[in-house]
Design a protein around this ligand. Structure first.
Ligand code: GLU
Length: 482
């Protein structure tokens, strides 16, 4: 079956990781079937609409490569459809006008000791078109300021299958006669959502688990209209990295990791934190899905191919930034040199000025294994673009100054060997056994002079790339310092 799945965010703020994951799962379900991924902007609540939020949503999806086939469809421009739909339910007697003021409702709440539900037990005591005469109802409607509520039947078990959780049943007595049209004439989320999903021929509704409690009301609305409901998927919560509860922007700030795909105001997104879109998409997929294998690295294409409903987890998915970095690393290390360089303009320029394109490629291949994010590129390239800015004093003390001095002096003396790494290595070994200096300390001393610390790729490769002159220059600099 060709699926039609929609991502339906409310533009009430930037798109965070939960929404991104929902968008991805919608995309995967749609694309796996060869169907359509649709973007719908649920902007019926003008007061809550935030300027720039829709753009942030679209920019985020674009960066991740989750291209929508239709949309954005904006609910704010579909008012007539909702009005028509509400009148259908009123005509059928499955919705009614409610005139209760906020005060009336407050009073009812107080009288019931805080347990008030606007439903079959109370609706006949309230001020609505079921309790007022036709004339009164008419004149109240003329005055405006009314809302419309759906009728929830008494004592009904509402059964529905969720693709993630299996069969679910809800007791209608737990529900309220939800408002489906507000006093400003705008539909509520529940009505607009159901009407649109039907009108847009949505086959799968995929959203966060926070909407599970609305599901029975939605199922009833489908029933009231006489429509067949789509399939439902309620995705597990994304939990904060430690402790209980849902991951929030505040937790992310505290833990020092992003929650947005791309920057929002002053907050950097994963993109600005050096993630690749491939890495983020992959990590998002693993937040609540696995195909019961050890496979960790997926391209978007592989995800489309291998995604399956049965791999979606019911329980919350804990956010793990280390894992996100690891997954991003798996992608960067398989990138071509060109693609890696595209992640850092600075690196591309610096290498371009100093090295041929073959050497540049060789350098990138050497550092790729060491990159978690694009921000690591400049750090890892430093050894190839200039001499160390500082030396790790801990290492100097640990090896001992005299030993370092001896090793570096020896290297300086065997100047012609510097251009022959293999011979240099052999000479250093025999120098070591003669002087009683371990080969480890010899290598550390040399590395310290070239890199400034003990990190970095293969030392002889570094020597080969930076060349004999630069190598001697760096050896000289550290000897002078010591
Ligand atoms: N507008 C809702 C949201 O922001 C959509 C929920 C749904 O997909 O039904 O999450």
């Amino acid at each position: 079956m060709l699926e039609r799945a929609r991502f339906a965010p409310s533009p009430t703020g930037p798109l965070h990781i939960g929404g991104l994951r929902t968008a991805l799962f919608n995309f995967l379900v749609a694309k796996k079937s060869g169907g359509s991924f649709i973007l719908r902007i649920e902007d019926t609540d003008a007061k809550r609409t935030v300027k720039g939020a829709e753009k942030h949503i679209i920019d985020s999806l674009k960066w991740l490569g989750l291209d929508f086939d239709e949309g954005p469809v904006r609910q704010s421009s579909r008012g007539n459809l909702y009005k028509k739909s509400v009148s259908i339910l009123i005509e059928k007697g499955l919705a009614y006008y409610a005139f209760d003021t906020p005060n009336d409702l407050e009073k009812a709440r107080e009288q019931s000791g805080g347990n008030f539900k606007y439903n079959f037990t109370t609706r006949m005591e309230m001020s609505n078109s079921l309790t007022l005469t036709n004339d009164e109802t008419e004149s109240r409607i003329q005055r405006g300021g009314y809302s419309v509520r759906m009728v929830v039947p008494e004592k009904r078990t509402i059964k529905v299958v969720d693709q993630v959780r299996g069969g679910l049943s809800f007791n209608s007595e737990e529900l309220e006669d939800k408002i489906i049209m507000k006093s400003d004439g705008m539909p509520t989320y529940h009505l607009a959502n159901v009407v649109d999903d039907h009108d847009m021929k949505i086959t799968s509704v995929i959203r966060g688990e926070e909407w599970l409690s609305s599901l029975p009301s939605h199922v009833l609305l489908y029933e009231h209209f006489g429509w067949t409901p789509p399939k439902f998927y309620h995705l597990p919560l994304i939990l904060k990295s430690s402790g209980a509860g849902k991951l929030s922007k505040r937790d992310a700030d505290e833990q020092g990791h992003p929650v947005f795909a791309v920057k929002w105001e002053e907050s950097a997104g994963f993109k600005e934190a050096g993630f690749t879109s491939e890495g983020l998409v992959n990590y998002l997929a693993l937040l609540g899905w696995n195909n019961s294998s050890d496979k960790e690295k997926y391209t978007l294409f592989e995800l489309i191919d291998e995604f399956n409903d049965s791999g979606i987890n019911k329980s919350g998915a804990r956010f793990d930034y280390k894992k996100a970095l690891w997954i991003n690393h798996l992608h960067i290390k398989d990138f071509s040199a060109e693609k890696v360089l595209a992640l850092s303009e600075k690196a591309a320029t610096q290498l371009g000025e100093k090295y041929s394109s073959e050497i540049t490629e060789e350098i990138i291949d050497l550092i790729k294994e060491r990159l978690n994010t694009a921000l690591d590129i400049d750090k890892e390239l430093a050894v190839f673009t200039g001499q160390p800015k500082e030396y790790d004093s801990g290492v100097i003390e640990k090896i001992n100054r005299e030993i370092i001095f001896d090793v570096l002096n020896f290297c300086k003396l065997s100047e012609e060997l510097i251009s022959n790494p293999k011979a240099l290595k052999e000479q250093l070994m025999s120098f070591g056994s003669e002087k009683g200096i371990s080969f480890g300390n010899i290598m550390k001393s040399l590395r310290l002079s070239l890199v400034g610390n003990l990190s970095g790729p293969d030392l002889f490769k570094i020597i080969e790339i930076i060349g004999p002159e630069e190598t001697l220059h760096r050896i000289e600099s550290l000897t002078n310092k010591i």
